[in-house]
Design a protein around this ligand. Structure first.
Ligand code: V55
Ligand code: FE
Length: 494
């Protein structure tokens, strides 16, 4: 295939852009708070070549690393491809050689055995290094200054797991990074690697355990005492893959489970607790210990949010009909076999963010994206599921109080990054990319202008204090991360 299909994975904010560039001194409306000094890194899927198959999906697109560098009130923008093994092979061939999402049996025979990951999901900063990650492979280290790819990261050859999650958790007090990789031993392997890297970035622990079924484990959570693996019935199957089919199919009839073990413990201590049937979740917000209780806050829905994962499981449901809520699951760990209780915390949504200091600790509030029920007109097309969010919420998890930032009709909002404040009692700032249609509703969905809005994190309802204008239509990001100037200056890669 030499041209791009016209599906939800290639239109709107998923329109292929494929431009590597650097722009200095973006136009700024308003004043950027002086304490915002550092880089907002974003992971952007944008395939360099037209796909091999018409039914290709955005999750399968080459990762680009983008950066908004905030320096002295000015902002620069840079974006580069992550030069994965796959990217380099296809660049040389001038065409796609890797087939369907996470199905090596659909690849061109010339690339058999090559690393298939596209490193397109989350920029991760730990111990002075920047990684671009995707859950189907190891991370790729990227130079945070030049955005050049350094290479695949395996902890100096120590990591056994072939995969590395896009959602590690960093303890704000110890500086340790807790992470995992599922399908750790290769395609359809039930083993999960549970790992700890110390504050200096040394791999100090790697243990493998089997999950009850081979599910997509996108995220996990830690508390001060526990490591917690909520898993959901979106399952893989080797025979389906060999027949050229989808990696994931949601099974509406199977239960979810929560695996919980002491975070410094042995995987033999893992306890599996059964959860509700048929539900799905990609992102947990946070978890914390409350005496013997453990609270796990998650973006829960009644089925899988991705249409291709539902359809592969024979589920026909319109995107708008999916129900969900920001939900709290509580486990009582004083019981030998803990029971799960559930209560709603907020409206449905996803792409949640937490202040780094609150990770795994009792906390008061978080942010996430949702659909504004009052928004006029349809949402902007694009993003991983095909329709973008249009409301940014701040939720107080103790009392359920929700505040919302509205955007003009038809705009898309992407996941915010949180910038802490040095001022006592100030909740810091959010940076979020907003895509604003250039024409009237119903116009060309690829024609929009992307801006970074700077928002007071505890007053989202007030709207932005500054807008950074790119003058470009940027492709949708998946996740982003904020790295302060002090951390950048101390990076291990110069
Ligand atoms: C997600 C994103 C992915 C992926 C699997 O947001 C799950 C969920 C961007 O890639 O491969
Ligand atoms: Fe994610």
């Amino acid at each position: 295939m030499a041209s791009y299909p016209q599906t939800i994975h290639f239109i709107g904010t998923n329109t292929p852009r494929r431009v590597e560039m650097s722009l200095r001194n973006l136009e700024v409306e308003g004043d950027i708070p002086a304490e915002i000094e550092g880089a907002f890194f974003r992971a952007v899927p944008d395939n360099a070549h037209a796909p091999m198959f018409e039914d290709d999906i955005a999750l399968n697109h080459d990762g680009m690393i983008a950066r908004f560098n905030f320096e002295g009130g000015a902002v620069d923008f840079d974006i580069r491809y992550v030069e994965t093994e796959r990217y380099k092979l296809e660049k040389k061939a001038r065409r796609a050689l890797f087939g369907r999402y996470r199905n090596p049996f659909t690849d061109d025979p010339s690339v058999e055995g090559a690393d298939r990951t596209v490193a397109n999901t989350t920029p991760v900063w730990h111990a002075g290094r920047l990684f671009m990650t995707k859950e189907d492979g190891r991370g790729y280290e990227v130079n945070p200054h030049s955005l050049e790819t350094v290479g695949r990261w395996d902890y100096e050859g120590k990591l056994r797991s072939q995969t590395f999650t896009a959602h590690p958790r960093i303890d704000p007090v110890t500086g340790e990074m807790f992470f995992f990789g599922y399908e750790a031993g290769g395609l359809c392997d039930p083993n999960v690697a549970y790992c700890i890297a110390d504050k200096d970035g040394n791999l100090v622990k790697e243990q493998w355990f089997e999950q009850p079924y081979i599910s997509s484990i996108h995220d996990f959570v830690i508390t001060e005492k526990y490591a917690i693996f909520p898993i959901f019935p979106t399952l893989t199957d080797l025979d389906r893959l060999k027949a050229g089919g989808h990696h994931w199919a949601h099974d509406q009839s199977k239960p979810s489970y929560i695996g919980i073990m002491p975070r410094y413990g042995d995987v033999s201590e893992m306890v599996w607790v059964e959860g509700p049937v048929g539900v799905s979740c990609f992102h947990e917000v946070n978890a914390y210990d409350d005496g013997d209780l453990v609270h796990i806050d998650l973006c829960l829905s009644d089925t899988n949010a991705f249409s291709f994962m539902r359809e592969a499981g024979g589920i026909q449901r319109d995107q708008q009909d999916i129900k969900g809520a920001l939900t709290r699951w509580t486990l009582d760990m004083s019981k030998d076999q803990p029971e799960l209780s559930e209560r709603p915390l907020g409206p449905p949504g996803d792409l949640c963010r937490l202040a780094d200091k609150d990770q795994g600790r009792p906390y008061n509030h978080a942010w996430y994206l949702s659909m504004n029920p009052e928004a006029k007109g349809p949402p902007m097309l694009g993003g991983p599921v095909g329709a973008n969010f249009n409301a940014l919420l701040r939720v107080e998890v103790g009392n359920g109080r929700v505040s919302m930032m509205e955007v003009p009709p038809g705009c898309a909002i992407s996941e915010p990054a949180h910038v802490p404040s040095s001022e006592e009692g100030h909740g810091g700032w959010l940076l979020t990319v907003i895509d604003i249609p250039n024409g009237p509703p119903g116009g060309n969905p690829a024609d929009y202008a992307s801006e970074v809005w700077v928002v007071e994190a505890d007053a989202v309802e007030k709207g932005p204090v500054a807008k950074v204008k790119t003058g470009l239509a940027l492709r949708s990001q998946v996740h982003g991360t904020w790295v302060s100037r002090a951390k950048l200056d101390a990076s291990k890669v110069r």
